[in-house]
Design a binder for this molecule. Structure first.
Ligand code: NDP
Length: 334
């Protein structure tokens, strides 16, 4: 394990120096057929980085992640609470510590869900997406983000308009790459084709994916592979359920549910191969034929450290994957 992040005692203003060994334990994987390499594990700021969390706690997690080689930080306009506050927190961390490392970072943000009142603060219009991106840049104190996503498809806005907004964001220099999130197979296919026609290829798709939520295996993953589009899984730990902590909680409640039987089966399986359940869940989404990167959430530095260790553990064999399929066939957790 690497030395700890050198950020001094709580609250002091000591200058941050990134760990010189930060690129030694992370692996980097190409996003589709692009020039972009993503860390196998990325950090998401959906929860635990908002205005209600002490700044030093968020700061320490982000800096520890960077020291472990996590170069990609995933945000969205409304991450918080309150909305916008995760971007503000990240902006403060950039200003205080990480701006000297800006070119070593891949920062993403999104728009597509509820953000401000009225008809122009939600869904997929060009009006909303571009105004939102401008606000995100201001909150983070950045000139550009690396990836700008349409956070979800909008059934009432022509896809040409939503994709046109992503194309505009890239052409105007506010974003380097375009991405889509939560698009199902048919929607993704059309979005990828429109972006290709516009000359701003889709860099990446961000779907939900974990051992207990495998919907992308039905066509979407194949489409992304065929089109040379990268994939980055959100909620790879099933929002915290694929962890020993959650299994222990069910154990303490003396749960007899089928969820408990599946999760404790997975936990035992992980233990037998020297892993925690969260590490097994990450080995699984990052297996050959899986996704490019997994975006984890975390509330403690120790969780980030534990999760990154999954990358130095042995990959799952074909036999192990078959055994896991059999355990998971009893799962209705989703
Ligand atoms: P996960 O499935 O990784 O769940 C994260 C939670 O799991 C943590 O908050 C923590 O819970 C728990 N956890 C993590 N590691 C450990 C560990 N080693 N041991 C015990 N518990 C652990 O991901 P999220 O659902 O949080 O999503 C991750 C990111 O994905 C988001 O931050 C966001 O960037 C992105 N996302 C994107 C969406 C989209 O629509 N595009 C939607 C949802 C997420 P606890 O806080 O209780 O400790």
């Amino acid at each position: 394990m690497m030395e700890k992040t050198d950020i001094g005692k709580e609250g002091d203003a000591m200058n941050y120096q990134a760990n010189s060994a930060r690129y030694e334990s992370m692996s980097y994987r190409r996003s589709g057929k692009s020039g972009v390499l993503l860390p196998a594990i990325s950090l998401g700021l959906w929860k635990n980085f908002g205005g209600e969390v002490p700044f030093e706690q968020s700061r320490k997690m982000v800096l520890r992640a960077f020291d472990l080689g996590i170069t990609h930080f995933d945000l969205a306009n409304n991450y918080g609470p309150p909305y916008g506050s995760a971007e503000e927190t990240f902006g403060h961390i950039l200003k205080k510590d990480l701006l000297p490392y800006r070119d070593e970072l891949l920062v993403s943000t999104k728009a597509g869900y509820d953000m401000w009142p009225g008809p122009y603060g939600n869904w997929g219009s060009k009006k909303y997406l571009i105004a939102s991106l401008d606000q995100s840049l201001k909150r983070m104190g950045l000139d550009y983000v690396d990836i700008f996503y349409s956070h979800r498809p909008d059934p009432h806005t022509p896809l040409e308009e939503t994709m046109g907004a992503l194309d505009y964001a890239v052409r105007s220099g506010k974003a380097l790459y375009a991405g889509i999130s939560n698009y199902r197979h048919e929607e993704a296919k059309e979005a990828i084709s429109i972006l290709k026609r516009l000359g701003t290829p889709c860099l990446i798709h961000q779907p939900r994916y974990s051992m207990i939520d495998r919907w992308i295996e039905d066509k979407l993953l194949d489409l992304l592979n065929e089109e040379g589009v990268g994939s980055i899984a959100f909620s790879p730990l099933g929002r915290g359920r694929l962890t020993n902590k959650y299994v222990q909680k069910l154990e303490a409640e003396e749960s007899q549910s089928s969820d408990f039987r599946v999760l404790s089966g997975l936990s035992n399986f992980a233990g037998n191969r020297g892993q925690t359940l969260s590490q097994l869940a990450l080995s699984w989404v990052l297996r050959e034929g899986g996704v490019t990167s997994a975006i984890i959430g975390a509330s403690h530095i120790s969780q980030i450290e534990e999760n990154v260790q999954a990358l130095s553990q042995p990959p799952l064999t074909t036999e192990e994957l078959t055994e896991l399929d059999s355990i998971l066939s009893h799962s209705h957790i989703g």
